[in-house]
Design a protein around this ligand. Structure first.
Ligand code: ADP
Ligand code: MG
Length: 244
């Protein structure tokens, strides 16, 4: 995937300012940076939720800039959200099954779609929760269900917005293991993270955004030892604490 000079504006404010980078297939990239840096906006531009004011986005060499989100999804991009967008009065199974069934990729039959949904739920560690209503699931289970829903669309590129948010250290480990396995099986993964450990443990590469600007990108350990980056990151945290 490639992003060239991407600019996204809300009202009078540029949430992304000429951001450019490229991501090789079958790798894990984490996007980190202080609150309000533009991380979620970047995922939203790639997934077709937002139309950028300027710049271009390519997937496998094909331009996808400004395409509707359903079209981007058809081309192999699935995403999860920072605030999960589940249908809370339906079961975990239905939350995963319905998008599979509704997708235009053609699953042959309801039965094939249901089998795929069960297989993916089990892959995500939810085999015993399939019939539980989404509103009764724990935070970790909802994150797993979100991931399962995205995987049901059989993407090539998976965009995850803070998939570790609200998880315990053990749950973080489990989730990182699954993300690594999915990448080894051929998925390209871009994950917004606030857990720096995630970047260090599983990412091939890190992109650091601050105030809409791509400040640096590269090998995780190298990038996270850069003094300017540490300062921006810690600075952001102090601001956040100060606001609470
Ligand atoms: P991050 O995910 O890095 O915390 P966001 O991408 O959510 O940051 O936000 C970047 C900036 O864009 C912030 O200043 C935020 O207030 C603004 N912003 C994000 N989404 C919207 C929106 N839908 N409408 C207006 N402003 C937005
Ligand atoms: Mg965000």
């Amino acid at each position: 995937m490639e992003v060239v000079n991407l600019r996204c504006r809300f009202g009078g404010v540029d949430a992304l300012k000429d951001v450019s980078f490229s991501i090789p297939p079958e790798t894990i990239t984490t996007i980190i940076g202080p609150n309000g840096a533009g991380k979620s906006t970047l995922l939203g531009c790639i997934s077709g939720e937002y139309v950028p004011k300027k710049g271009r986005i390519f997937l496998d060499g094909r331009e996808i800039t400004g395409l509707k989100s359903w079209k981007v999804s058809d081309l192999g991009v699935a995403r999860t959200f920072q605030l999960p967008r589940a249908i809370f009065h339906l079961s975990a199974f239905d939350n995963v099954y319905l998008p599979i069934f509704a997708s235009s990729k053609g699953f042959g039959s309801r039965r094939a779609a249901a089998e795929l949904a069960r297989e993916i739920l089990s892959r995500c560690g939810l085999e015993n929760k399939a019939e539980v209503l989404a509103k009764e699931l724990s935070t970790a289970e909802i994150r797993k269900m979100e991931l399962a829903r995205a995987l049901g669309l059989r993407p090539k590129l998976l965009l995850l917005d803070e998939p570790l948010g609200g998880l315990s250290p053990t749950e973080v480990d489990e989730s990182l293991k699954l993300i690594s396995e999915l990448c080894k099986e051929g998925l390209t993964i871009v994950a917004v993270e606030h857990v720096v450990r995630a970047a260090l443990e599983v990412a091939d590469s890190v992109i650091f955004l601050s105030n809409g600007v791509l400040v640096g990108e590269g090998e995780p350990r190298e990038l996270l030892s850069r003094e300017d980056i540490v300062e921006l990151y810690l600075g952001g945290r102090f601001v956040r604490r100060g606001q609470l």
